[in-house]
Design a protein around this ligand. Structure first.
Ligand code: CMP
Length: 140
């Protein structure tokens, strides 16, 4: 197992309900270390660029609209096997399919308002981290 970093976003449905601390507690209890964190309000072009991989999907416009509907918390998480570990802690994209005890099972409102985003591979994690953070902002 290698020490990895992954990009996490606490989404607008969670900032609106003031539960970012509860989400962070679940991340930390699972062994993920928050080594960078910033609260931002993404502009449309930033959300479109971040989710560019989904731009042909039918839900793309709604996704961009949702992700720009309020503040988000972007964060870098560090742990052994951080990408897979964070995906286990988040649970399935659709909260109806998410296991009990996961963030999405506990907090998500819908497949769109699903409280958190996490990188899906080590390669994408590096790209996504670089989108929001410079090296000097990440303090392990
Ligand atoms: P996320 O991990 O942020 O990556 C893309 C997001 O699109 C996903 O989480 C979901 O919140 C959102 N989304 C909305 N509708 C769908 C859908 N039908 N299938 C997959 N993802 C969807």
């Amino acid at each position: 197992m290698a020490l990895e970093r992954t990009l996490s976003i606490i989404k607008p449905d969670a900032t609106r309900r003031n539960i970012t601390g509860k989400v962070n507690a679940m991340l930390e209890e699972a062994g993920l270390r928050i080594v960078a964190q910033r609260r931002i309000w993404m502009r449309k072009h930033e959300a479109e660029a971040f989710y560019a991989v989904h731009k042909e999907r039918p839900f793309f416009n709604d996704l961009v609209q949702f992700m720009t509907s309020g503040p988000v918390v972007v964060q870098v998480l560090e742990a052994d096997d951080a990408v897979a570990l964070n995906r286990r802690v988040m649970g399935a994209t659709n909260p109806a399919d998410a296991d009990e005890g996961t963030i999405r099972h506990t907090f998500a409102e819908s497949i769109e308002a699903n409280s958190v985003h996490g990188s899906d591979s080590v390669e994408n994690a590096a790209i996504e981290i670089g989108y929001f953070f410079s090296g000097t902002e990440i303090v392990g």
